[in-house]
Design a protein around this ligand. Sequence first.
Ligand SMILES: Cc1ncc(C[n+]2csc(CCOP(=O)(O)OP(=O)(O)O)c2C)c(N)n1
Ligand SMILES: [Mg+2]
Length: 569
Amino acid sequence: MYTNPNRRMTIGDFLLRRLAEAGVRHLFGVPGDYNLELLQQLKDTGALEWIGTCNELNASYAADGYARLNGLGALLVTNGVGALSAINGVGGSYSEHVPVICISGSIPLRSLDRGLGMHHTMADGTFDHFLNAYAQVTAARARLTPRNAAAEIDRLILTAWREKLPVYMELPSDITHLDIEVPTSPLVLAEPPSDPERLRSCIAAIVERLSSAKSPAILVDADAGRFGVASELMKLAERLQAPVGTINAAKSVIDETFPLYLGIYGGKGSEPQVRDAVETSDCLLCIGYRPIEVTTGDFTASLPTSTIHARGYSVDVGDDNYQAVTLKEVLRGVLNAVPQATNRAPQGALAAMAGTHIDGSTKLTQAAYWQAIQSYLQPGDVLYVDNGTSFVLLGLRLPPGCTFIGSINWGSIGYSVGALLGALTAAPNRRHLLFIGDGSFQVSAQELSTILRHDHKPAIFLINNGGYTIERGYLGKSESYNDVANWAYAKLPKVFRPDTTARSFVVRTVDDLKNALGAPNDTMIFVESIMDSHDAPAAVTTSSNKGAELDYGPRGPQHRENLQLRPAL
Ligand SMILES: Cc1ncc(C[n+]2csc(CCOP(=O)(O)OP(=O)(O)O)c2C)c(N)n1
Ligand SMILES: [Mg+2]
């Protein structure tokens, strides 16, 4: 007997149902007249929790941060004005391979049919500008109609999840309350199964090379985390007794206390044993490698020509390219087939950063700051860095179970504050530590209010050094264009939530910092550390100096007398 596998549901309710089935329990964004009717459906059904943000840029950052811990995130914006405010963050999700669904409540279909000019458009009688803009930063996009909604909603959600990339959906405001026929069965997030022959051949080719190698090694970029294969990689490393390095964009993907963890590889700047293990390996297995200047020590990284490159859905081994293979199936297959190595001594892990004794009453410096932060870290912390001298965190040794959230490829300042809101929403019971400079904070500071509004308890470490110190290492060592207005940062929790219980500290000395670090994490901790605008760790200034060479070329202004902050001698 034929049973109809479909039932009737409104388009809005179906979209919310599908998001919930895909594990999205919260929606970030800003209301607008073109999306209020969907928000009412969200309220009426209780399908998802609404997290209103101060602006759409922060919503896009929050959805990204949420997706990093939850596997998928979503935001809701209004036509044009909201969509374009969010596009930087969605571009970041594309660059960083984070699956985010951007829903724009858009112009009613009635107006499209009749060519009616509407607000939040270019008032030029056309309606495709924003769909076209999003074509540059998404893996898939669609304007929903009653005919395509059931199919397109599923296609877009599944594409985001499978590709680990953002998607964009326009939901015309006059169709959310219309009934359509939708499937009764839940949406299943699953990778497409590999082609059996390609998978077998690919696994055999990798196993053959790894088994005969004398010095196999593994190098991990961010996709290893996005595709959830860290545990397979660590098991494989144990089986092969092979060391594992990561690119800085993949920090924390491999547990840094794992005995075979090497450290961060970035070409010439890396520790010698990391460089050696990666560059002289006779069989390097590399996952999702996407080299750019800041992940390769300005292109000084040099992988062996025999490197096996595995990506989410394809693998290169020598001259052979394997399509229709999923990374997890490939790695599991290799793990099952590769013999246990017995003839190699496992490499020891790197020693933790050495501490030097510092007089507590002296003015706080970057060196003393990061030494104290190293001892503050705890197992299971979620750590965020924004652009700036806070990049030093990349060099700290993380305890077990920590998650690093950064935007190394895209590098849009202010990202970390929105991402903090998102990831706090996804995992409120972990300890979250944000490391940010004053310049980056000024971009998205108002989202602190949303973090306080929802009673989250992160610890925020802000370096107040009067401006864009990392940029001073490119150009403008003492130029006023690198200065920012001096805010009373530590007072902001009180401004953003007058009844806050947040503990704020203004830190000037090492002793002040120690006092702040002794505060319990039962409420928000906001630590504003005052430092000199020319105090920058050598790793940061060296990298900025090299960046200036690349950016401006040999005849650029960076060589002029005293125009560039250089490492202290
Ligand atoms: C959206 C955006 N605009 C501009 C930049 C360029 N930029 C990179 S780092 C930076 C300054 C960061 O200053 P701050 O957060 O104070 O860190 P510091 O180096 O002073 O510790 C700027 C302006 C950027 N990365 N993103
Ligand atoms: Mg600064």
